[in-house]
Design a protein around this ligand. Structure first.
Ligand code: AMP
Length: 304
């Protein structure tokens, strides 16, 4: 695995990877990697490209510098995990590679960036869109993989790619979950034991609400009941809403592509999740760590 720490090393690494693969797939991350990130790398390999992951804790997407400083960092562990996952190269930029002293440009997104996380974290999507545009310019990938776990972020990036004609195919990757349903996240490590036991209720409550909404339950009433269930188990619900899965506007009934999205705090940890709630009546199968382990062993034995 090529490890690039400078723009020159990055140019060399992408050149090597391109020589042996039909396309280059970028997996942007902020490090503190877990199996969810590995599933993005697995997806990138499955779509046939040489895979380059980036690790950059982007200061401009944190509104609170305390949160930025507290963000977990584990470069040695991350590199070992990426190598094991079959990543071809890693890009580890410095802050100055992204923001030099004369930096005067940012990407401001309206549309899907408005509301929800956009309200809860002012400036967050501006920081995300700006750094992703810079990564695309530096790496020049054909495809970039982003997790459905951060559903609004995925829609923001699709919008930015289209609006700025960046010419990168955006691939959304299903959320990887613990067997009890909790979506993997770098922040889960901060849950106390009691909070960890309560945490899967978020996904379970959302699935049950999505099922009822698809079966034509009154949306406001059903979401009110779900908020109540969560609050009774110690969650502070920031939002739980039915939205158009592309524009992120709130909607009042299930339709094609509608999505249930939520952010809820358990103690100091803010959990984000989302589930399909469209009129088709189908529910996405839950993708768990066991599925991921089976997929990796198929890869290692060359049969998957
Ligand atoms: P982060 O390092 O948190 O910025 O995440 C990097 C990428 O990994 C983003 O595209 C996330 O949506 C994705 N990701 C994070 N958690 C998961 C998960 N549990 N399943 C799938 N993708 C994930």
């Amino acid at each position: 695995m090529h490890v690039a720490r400078t723009r020159q090393e990055l140019a060399r690494a992408t050149c090597y990877v391109r020589q042996s693969h039909p396309s280059l797939v970028l997996v942007p991350t902020m490090g503190a990697l877990h199996a969810g990130h590995v599933s993005l790398v697995a997806h990138a390999r499955e779509i046939g490209g040489g895979v380059i992951a980036s690790i950059f804790v982007n200061p401009t997407q944190f509104s609170d510098s305390g949160d930025f400083n507290r963000y977990p960092r584990d470069e040695a562990g991350d590199l070992a995990l990426l190598a094991q996952a079959g990543c071809d190269a890693v890009w580890l930029p410095q802050v100055t590679d992204m923001y030099d002293d004369a930096n005067a440009t940012a990407v401001d997104v309206a549309g899907p960036a408005l509301g929800w996380e956009g309200d809860a974290r002012p400036g967050h999507f501006r920081g995300v869109a700006t750094v992703v545009a810079k990564l695309f310019g530096q790496v020049r990938p054909d495809i970039a993989c982003f997790g459905e776990k951060d559903w609004q972020q995925l829609q923001v990036i699709r919008r930015v790619e289209r609006d700025l004609a960046l010419n990168v195919r955006i691939a959304g990757v299903p959320t990887l979950r613990e067997s009890d349903g909790l979506a993997l996240s770098s922040r889960n490590r901060f849950l106390t034991q009691a909070e960890r036991r309560a945490a899967p209720l978020l996904y379970a409550t959302m699935l049950a609400a999505a099922r009822d909404i698809k079966a034509a339950a009154a949306v406001d009433d059903r979401l009110g009941a779900a908020r109540h269930t969560l609050a009774a188990s110690g969650f502070a619900v920031d939002y739980l809403a039915l939205v158009d899965g592309e524009t992120m506007s709130g909607v009042s009934q299930a339709g094609p592509g509608t999505r249930l999205i939520a952010a809820a705090r358990l103690g100091s940890v803010r959990l984000l999740d989302n589930v399909a709630a469209d009129e088709s009546g189908t529910t996405q199968p839950k993708l768990t760590l066991d599925d991921q382990a089976a997929r990796q062993s198929r890869h290692r034995s060359g049969s998957g």
